[in-house]
Design a protein around this ligand. Structure first.
Ligand SMILES: [Ca+2]
Ligand SMILES: [Ca+2]
Ligand SMILES: [Ca+2]
Length: 141
């Protein structure tokens, strides 16, 4: 692919993303393995699941990569049957956290992490309309 074609493809992809968010859908597409519905996590699909408060509903789910390292973790802190905190790992180090802070079934806080602990950027959808309206960076002056 020539450089010019690559740029063109990128523009098309970006346009598609903008159009999706204008439709009041999620501000960013979810990871293919990421679900809000706690019943979507099944051991037969490779998830390690737990019901930590004993109410009969899954509230914790963990997926490992091929080397048995943490890859994705989902937690339903509010115990309403919808996951609200998602943790993404690469080689066991936390790289991103996605949070549904108001429990409406839509991510509204994205936290980007380096070295497993350092927050380099976070993005928020403060009015929960599906569009990111606040970005804070810590990795540039
Ligand atoms: Ca539970
Ligand atoms: Ca929840
Ligand atoms: Ca939300």
């Amino acid at each position: 692919m020539t450089h010019r074609n690559a740029v063109l493809v990128l523009v098309v992809v970006l346009t598609a993303v903008v159009m999706t968010s204008a439709d009041h859908g999620p501000a960013k597409p979810l990871h293919p393995d990421q679900h809000f519905d706690v019943t979507a996590y099944r051991e037969s699909d490779g998830w390690i699941i737990a019901d930590t408060n004993g109410d009969g509903m899954t509230d914790y789910a963990l997926k490992l990569d091929h080397d048995m390292r943490k890859q994705l973790e989902a937690i339903d802190f509010s115990n309403d049957g919808r996951m609200d905190n998602f943790y993404f790992y690469r080689r066991e180090a936390l790289i991103r956290e996605e949070i549904d802070t108001n429990h409406d079934g839509r991510i509204d806080l994205w936290v980007y992490i380096e070295g497993g602990v350092y927050i380099v950027r976070y993005e928020r959808d403060t009015n929960h309309d599906g569009t990111i309206d606040f970005v804070r960076r810590f990795d540039e002056q």
